[in-house]
Design a binder for this molecule. Structure first.
Ligand code: ADP
Ligand code: MG
Length: 247
């Protein structure tokens, strides 16, 4: 894992909202095939950081590099083009349409190519199988469970070519069984070379699934380290800033 290439680097990211500095020189390095947790209390600045990666916000200053290239993410469409996929927490599916229709409707045809619905539908089925999402592409979005709706959101990002998937507090709306299944899906995505950024303040989730954790406290990236060998207590201490020796 440690020798996999760095696919994403956020360097000295500052995000200012008026006088308030929500991100204060944050650094983040994510490797290929890594599940990278962003840990921090509510209000620490995690979502703000990821909104700059997904094209919803522009950094006040700082650099974003994808595969070593400095890039500008000036819109969500640009993020998708760069292989960055946000798995939305509030699912944006249209109930009266099928899973396939929802995925296609949200994806702009590339290079002005005419959309081939049949091919798109086959591609979606293949992706669902490859990434073990077990989605029924013909089901109506309004008829499927919340856990399944989330999988459709995952599938949507994969269909658009995402290599880096961002999950912002993804388990808040899930049942315990759905949480277990999501963890399995994340592990499988990572084993297939996808990079996962998991925003959470739930320490047990980090222990269960993450490889690496970067801790954000009051807008600053405090530390980044492998999860293996760190206890829940140590994670809790470093999240809130109690003094702790990790090594
Ligand atoms: P987290 O995701 O870690 O809980 P956020 O990134 O959502 O934290 O928010 C970090 C801080 O930035 C909070 O104090 C929040 O109120 C503030 N904030 C977020 N978005 C805006 C905005 N658009 N304008 C002003 N302040 C904001
Ligand atoms: Mg947040």
């Amino acid at each position: 894992m440690a020798d996999e290439p760095i696919v994403l680097e956020m360097h000295n990211i500052v995000k200012q909202f008026g006088d308030f500095r929500a991100n204060d020189e944050i650094n983040l390095q994510v490797r290929r095939g890594q599940i990278h947790a962003l840990l921090g209390e509510n209000g620490a600045g995690k979502s703000t950081l990821m909104n700059q990666l997904s094209g919803l916000l522009q950094p006040t200053s700082g650099d974003i590099l994808i595969n070593g290239q400095k890039i500008t993410v000036d819109s969500p469409a640009k993020a998708a083009e760069l292989g960055i996929g946000m798995v939305h927490q509030h699912f944006m599916l249209m109930d009266a349409f099928t899973v396939t229709e929802n995925i296609i409707l949200g994806s702009e045809p590339v290079n002005g190519m005419k959309l081939d619905i049949k091919k798109a539908s086959q591609d979606i089925k293949k992706l669902s199988k490859k990434y073990r999402l077990d989605v029924n592409p013909d089901a109506l979005a309004g008829d499927i469970s919340v856990g399944m709706q989330q999988r459709v959101e995952i599938l949507k990002t994969l269909y658009r070519g995402a290599d880096i998937l961002i999950f912002d507090e993804p388990t808040a709306v899930l049942t315990p069984q759905e949480i277990d299944e999501l963890m399995g899906i994340m592990r499988h995505l990572a084993s297939e070379g996808k990079s996962i950024i998991l925003i959470t303040h739930k320490l047990d989730e980090i222990k269960a699934v993450a490889d690496q954790v970067t801790v954000i406290r009051r807008g600053k990236s405090i530390d980044s380290f492998p999860v293996a060998g760190v206890s829940l207590q140590e994670l809790a201490d470093i999240m809130v800033g109690r003094s702790v020796s990790l090594y």
